[in-house]
Design a protein around this ligand. Structure first.
Ligand code: MN
Length: 256
């Protein structure tokens, strides 16, 4: 009998935002795609938890997206209530792009509370958005989070290489999606980062592949592209992504 292929890893996607989300949850479970499903508001947590069931391939993160902080900041009380139920947090972070800059100070308040709660709880894996705010995100991480207690995964990182160096010192991982590979700085980052600090993601359904929303299985193309950029073979990168995820998740003790 043929050996099962190394499972794919999509460490940042929004399974609940696909029009046919029940099917996408089911396909990830059936295809054993190791998925970290974001939520964008704490209110979405219970339903996502239920959709994931007890399938070991499906992880659900508790989040409050920085682009929604203006309307949903009040849900921080719910975030705090649900945090003991999960070791995965996301999507959280900061977005200083013009459209969301109006809520930036409130985003900082929310994100610092998220970091402090994760520090207190320990054992959390945190998927972080840092659009035009990499330096601030890293400064806050350095202030509030002991990397021996919880780990940040920088999703779709677009900061400078010097900021990426700082992130590595803080023990961060980087999740890479196809859109990053379509930009020169994104490709440069993917070549410069240690392979051991990288994970694959789709950020589906927001990111498109071939003119349709990316499906978690599309990370197969991303890891081939990473392999080509780094001059190694796809199987090596595929195995590395799974190993990176497993060692990240084994880093911290979670639970009482
Ligand atoms: Mn996202």
């Amino acid at each position: 009998m043929a050996e099962a292929p190394t499972p794919l890893v999509d460490y940042h996607c929004h399974l609940d935002l696909y029009p046919d989300y029940r099917r996408v949850f089911r396909e990830c479970a059936q295809e054993n795609i190791q998925t970290l499903a974001m939520t964008t508001t704490p209110r979405a947590w219970p339903h996502n938890r239920e959709l994931a069931g007890d399938c070991p391939a499906l992880r659900v993160a508790l989040g409050l997206h920085p682009q929604l902080v203006a309307e949903r900041g009040v849900e921080m009380a719910l975030f705090e209530r649900y945090l003991p139920e999960t070791r995965f947090v996301g999507e959280v972070g900061l977005d200083a792009s013009p459209r969301f800059y109006g809520s930036f100070e409130e985003q900082v308040q929310v994100f610092s509370r998220v970091l402090r709660l994760c520090q207190e709880a320990g054992g959390r894996v945190i998927s972080v958005h840092s659009v035009r705010a990499a330096a601030r995100v890293l400064r806050m991480a350095g202030e509030h989070l002991d990397p021996r207690r919880s780990t940040i995964v920088l999703h779709w990182f677009t900061g400078k290489l010097s900021e990426a160096e700082r992130a590595l010192e803080l023990g961060c991982y980087f999740s890479v999606n196809p859109r990053m590979l379509s930009t020169k700085p994104g490709r440069e980052l993917v070549v410069r980062l240690p392979l051991g600090s990288m994970l694959t993601e789709t950020d589906g359904p927001f990111v498109e592949v071939a003119g349709r929303p990316a499906h978690p299985r599309d990370v197969a193309g991303t890891l081939q592209a990473i392999a080509a950029l780094r001059g190694v073979n796809g199987a090596e990168v595929r195995a590395a992504m799974l190993n990176n995820m497993l060692s990240l998740e084994a880093r911290h003790h979670f639970g009482p």
